[in-house]
Design a protein around this ligand. Structure first.
Ligand code: RUB
Length: 317
């Protein structure tokens, strides 16, 4: 029942859809927190009503953006931990699950940051695409280890998430060179590592990340620059183990061509995919909180993590 959904859930869902909240890890964190608020504020009188309410909230959060698997993985984590005979037991289990999930997310990002930092040498220059908190965790740890790191930051059209990356790096006193996306190949000659995040990692080691990542990876390989993907295991996509593909979000045409400019140009088709797929052969390492892996071997870890995965999700019931 729509009216039982807490404003914290509808607000989080709107913010995720509008990209006020964005980036795979941040989306997962916000969705889990919203489920926690739903549980806390629930006025359900029966265990069944409570379960229905939490599932409905989870469904609303799930329907916001399709590509970052961290979102359904977060919801699944909390819903699988929901247990108890009474409303108060159920409530406590959801709240506890949310706290645990958010703590693990922080730990995972911190651990992978330390592992990724070991790949960066003092004096290295990285090239970034979009804004990834997992990737930035590697930089933060490298800086804490006393290494000097410089960054070439791709602007990342159309939403310019590169500006967020540039600001964060400048806050850490990292020298930043901001470039338009099309200049990336030229600046790869000055780059020691391409460092990006991921929205989803498929079972074959393909990396789904902000559109433009695959072209960058192909160019980097041609230039002999290693490509490192920082992605906690929350980004592993269990559905791909059973042959499902990752849906690529298509965003509003107006992000590329505002209505007034469109009138001037005339009738054109505009396509605005938000993400693309980088095949595993262009990726040197996937850095997770469990260690770094060649992309072809992530499937082993995925089986270990999602052995009991079933296609039907808890919020679909
Ligand atoms: C964000 C994006 C990021 C990943 C990883 O796209 O592609 O690289 O989500 O981010 P958008 P993180 O801006 O469209 O959400 O490491 O923070 O999870």
């Amino acid at each position: 029942m729509e009216r039982d959904i807490h404003p914290a859930v509808t607000d989080a869902a709107d913010d995720i859809a509008e990209m006020e909240i964005r980036g795979a890890a941040t989306i997962a964190d916000a969705a889990a927190a919203a489920l926690g608020e739903q549980a806390e504020a629930s006025e359900a009188e029966t265990p069944e009503a409570f379960r229905t309410e939490i599932r409905t909230a989870a469904r609303e959060l799930h329907e916001t953006r399709p590509t970052a698997v961290s979102l359904p993985n977060a919801l699944r984590y909390v819903l699988r931990g929901m247990r108890g005979e009474t409303v108060s037991e159920l409530r406590a289990s959801v709240i506890e699950g949310v706290v645990e999930f958010r703590r693990e997310l922080d730990h995972a990002q911190d651990n992978l940051g330390q592992i990724g930092a070991n790949r960066l040498r003092d004096g290295d220059t990285i090239m970034t695409h979009c804004h990834s908190t997992d990737a930035l965790s590697c930089v933060r740890h490298a800086l804490e280890d006393g290494k000097e790191i410089s960054a070439i930051v791709k602007e990342t059209r159309p939403r310019k998430q590169g500006h967020i990356t540039a600001k964060q790096l400048r806050d850490w006193d990292v020298p930043v060179t901001l470039i338009v996306d099309n200049a990336a190949r030229r600046y790869l000659d000055d780059t020691d590592h391409v460092l990006v995040g991921a929205d989803s990692i498929a079972a074959d080691g393909s990396v789904i990340n902000k559109v433009g990542t695959s072209g960058l990876a192909v160019n980097a390989r041609e230039r002999g620059v290693p490509i490192m993907v920082a992605a906690q295991t929350l980004k592993f996509h269990p559905g791909t183990m059973t042959g499902h593909t990752v849906e690529i979000e298509m965003r509003d045409e107006a992000e590329i061509l505002p209505d007034d400019e469109r009138e001037e140009i005339g009738d054109v088709t505009v396509e605005n995919p938000a993400f693309d797929v980088t095949p595993p052969r262009y990726v040197d390492a996937i850095v997770t909180e469990r260690g770094q892996f060649p992309p072809e071997s992530v499937v082993t870890l995925m089986r270990e993590l999602f052995g009991d995965y079933h296609a039907s999700e808890p919020w679909e019931r």
